[in-house]
Design a protein around this ligand. Structure first.
Ligand SMILES: *Cc1c(COP(=O)(O)O)cnc(C)c1O
Length: 501
């Protein structure tokens, strides 16, 4: 429901009921909100109330206030969809008005929208996954490893143009193995982007390493070259260079590799590229995930393609990848019996899940196009909202737009963002704040942090003002339109629309 419709639903309670019939027909929501002279909600009028008035032969000059009815059921701004649903079910009603502290209606939630939640990013299967999985069943390759694992690794490596790939149980497992391959040991330092999902950072702790977090830059929302440079100068002065730098590609967009990689190279420190969110993206024509000594992808259920859960480690160095495969299968030595000299892990992807991955890989390019289209629809629909700044995509970058993100600018940005998220949630629309940076997480309290510029904490600002919108490749146009209608109603009015009204 858009702002105009919502405004039209508010009718004076002293309106003759026959006139209310016309408004009910025009607005077509099945409900009207009858308000007093001060705009406070007096009662809700349903289709049924007016139908009964017609049948009951109520005089034409009677007003809405004269119709039989009861106190309206209302909710406040903090009501959750579950609470609203429960109350609608209990009372057998289809709408709940939301009122402000003075009792004025500010929103209306319908049972219909609560019954069809819109997800942030849900799995989207293609046509061929089930055939691959059935083949695994038919050939009894249900055991871990098998031809689909080999096939998925080969096909993914070919797709991104890298020498080798090792399929594992998750993106997090891939990062853990990657850090071990880069010889990260207890007490070592590792640099990592601060603005990311905790899956990027937890493996540093698995290794007993000491994390140092690096801020984002405004142009890409990814690792700030200026902050990285200062972190290296600091590390050098301490006489303790990091063993690795984890560079994250946020929300489907590459970091500025031409600026970041030479800094790491100058200090001789290898890069682990966390491309969990950027499979299918490119940077200056080169596929994302292929820039570090090792790279990783994730096939978690919410990612651009999924195996329900899974990850991939990639590298050009065959020796590195052979070691990854060994470590991920309990680090067994070549011997007829089970011989072990180092710590191993049970991290290999199963053959069944790799079958899903092979099917998903076939539709990857399509999924990227679909997510980019979702972004474009949002952007075009909200182009007149000047306070809303989309995550930039600089020239030479091609993001997957895994999630469509924006920040709410202006003095009221952070508070407005929180109100917006609450309101979307009330309408069963899953939107989220931008990742909470690692340097602000209690888990990493005390870890050194290098801001983009002294006194300019870019990732903290993005967290305070950023919103991720529903972005799945399987969103229908009607679902996107529903999100947009709410956004247009909830966002601060732009200069342009003030001029019109
Ligand atoms: C999802 C994600 C991970 C972890 O991947 P899982 O497969 O969920 O373990 C790591 N880093 C980033 C940036 C992610 O988005």
């Amino acid at each position: 429901m858009n702002a105009d419709t919502f405004n039209a639903l508010r009718v004076p309670v002293n309106l003759p009921w026959k006139q209310a019939l016309t408004v009910m027909d025009d607005t077509a929501q099945g409900v009207l909100l009858a308000v007093d002279a001060r705009g406070r909600l007096v009662r809700t009028i349903t289709d049924g109330d007016l139908r009964r008035a017609v049948l009951g032969d109520v005089a034409a000059d009677q007003t809405l206030a004269d119709l039989p009815g009861r106190e309206p059921l209302v909710a406040d701004e903090n009501a959750t969809p579950a609470e609203l649903q429960q109350r609608m079910n209990a009372l057998g009603i289809l709408h709940v008005p939301v009122v402000d502290a003075a009792g004025r209606p500010i929103d209306l939630v319908s049972a219909r929208e609560l019954a069809s939640r819109i997800w942030l990013s849900s799995p989207h299967l293609g046509e061929e996954e089930s055939a691959f999985v059935e083949e695994a069943f038919r050939t009894n390759w249900i055991a871990p490893l098998g031809p689909h694992v080999d096939g998925f690794e080969r096909e993914l490596a070919a797709h991104v143009g890298i020498g080798h790939a090792a399929a594992v149980t998750s993106g997090t497992a891939a990062i853990h193995l990657g850090l071990i391959l880069l010889d990260v040991k207890p007490g070592d330092t590792v640099f990592c982007s601060s603005l990311t999902f905790v899956g990027s950072a937890n493996p540093m702790l698995y290794c007993g390493a000491k994390p140092v977090f690096i801020d984002s830059e405004p142009a890409t929302w990814n690792m700030s070259p200026a902050a990285l440079e200062r972190a290296f100068e600091w590390a050098k002065a301490q006489g303790r260079l990091p063993k690795a730098v984890i560079i994250v590609n946020l929300y489907g967009q590459s970091a500025d590799m031409d600026a970041l990689l030479p800094i790491c190279a100058r200090y001789g420190v290898p890069v682990l590229e966390d491309a969990a969110e950027s499979l299918g993206a490119s940077y200056k024509g080169r596929p994302s995930g292929t820039f570090g000594r090792v790279g990783i992808f994730s096939f978690n259920g919410n990612k651009i393609i999924t195996t329900s859960g899974g990850g991939m480690l990639v590298a050009d160095d065959p020796a590195l990848m052979a070691r990854a495969r060994k470590l991920s299968t309990q680090a067994r030595e070549p011997a007829p019996h089970y011989e072990h000299v180092e710590i191993g892990f049970n991290y290999r992807m199963s053959n069944v899940l790799a079958g899903i991955g092979r099917g998903q890989l076939k539709v990857l390019a399509q999924r990227v196009d679909q997510r980019r289209r979702v972004f474009e629809i949002y952007r075009e629909a909200l182009v007149d909202h000047a306070d809303l700044q989309w995550m930039p995509e600089p020239a030479g970058y091609r993001s997957t737009r895994w999630l469509t993100c924006f920040t709410l600018e202006g003095a009221d940005g952070p508070a407005g963002r929180d109100r917006l998220l609450r309101a979307l949630e009330r309408h069963a629309i899953e939107a989220r704040p931008v990742w909470k940076p690692m340097h602000l997480q209690p888990l990493f309290e005390g870890a050194p942090y290098f801001a983009h510029a002294p006194g300019e904490d870019v990732s903290a600002r993005l967290f305070a003002r950023g919103v991720c919108l529903p972005s799945g490749s399987n969103l229908t146009d009607a679902e996107i339109a529903r999100v947009i209608d709410h956004l247009r109603r909830l966002l601060p009015q732009s200069v342009a629309s003030h001029a019109v009204s």
